[in-house]
Design a protein around this ligand. Structure first.
Ligand code: RP5
Length: 167
């Protein structure tokens, strides 16, 4: 069962400066009982380690890789180049002054044949990366599928309650 595999998801980020945002991804995975492997690996500063991580990920039990970076955000693409696992890219806002659009395009604009499933910039994207990873894993995990359905129902209920409070 995937839900019993504590390392089914890897959350990789380019720098420790990305952790503040990516903690929300880790927390969201935690809501589904998933404790990810969390790594700081840079596509540029530790390129060899990035390659080795991606090459060995499947063998190490990883099913989905979430990769987050800012600036020239090549991490998700660099990992996707070296694995057949699904890679979810999270573009982050950095000190570049470009509001994360630099990272968005760097993550998103992959050549045909090497996809990176790119989510929104920043914290919203970090949370959605976790939900998307759960959705992928839930395809072959009934327990996780149940938790996912419950999560979606809870989300719906919250909006309904907020709407009712306004009436
Ligand atoms: C990227 O460069 C990292 O993902 C981070 O978002 C950005 C800046 O890194 P630091 O200079 O803060 O380490 O590779």
């Amino acid at each position: 069962m995937v839900s019993e595999n504590k390392t089914a998801v890897a959350v990789v980020m380019g720098s420790d400066s990305d952790m503040a945002v990516m903690q929300s991804c880790v927390d969201m995975l935690g809501e589904f009982g998933i404790k990810p492997a969390v790594r700081i690996i840079s596509a540029h500063r530790t390129a060899q380690i990035a390659t080795e991580f991606a090459q060995n990920a499947a063998e190490n039990g990883i099913k989905v890789i979430i990769a987050a970076a800012g600036m020239a955000a090549h991490l998700a693409g660099a990992l996707a180049a070296k694995t057949t696992l699904p890679v979810i890219g999270v573009p982050l806002i950095s000190s570049s002054g470009l509001d994360g659009v630099d990272a968005l395009l760097s993550t998103l604009q992959m050549p045909p044949g090497v996809p990176v499933a790119t989510v929104a910039i920043g914290k919203a994207g970090a949370k959605n990366a976790a939900v998307l990873a759960v959705e992928i894993l839930a395809l072959s995990d009934e327990v996780l599928a149940g938790k996912l359905a419950e999560f979606k129902r809870g989300q719906e209920q919250k909006v309904i309650e907020k709407d009712s409070a306004l009436q």
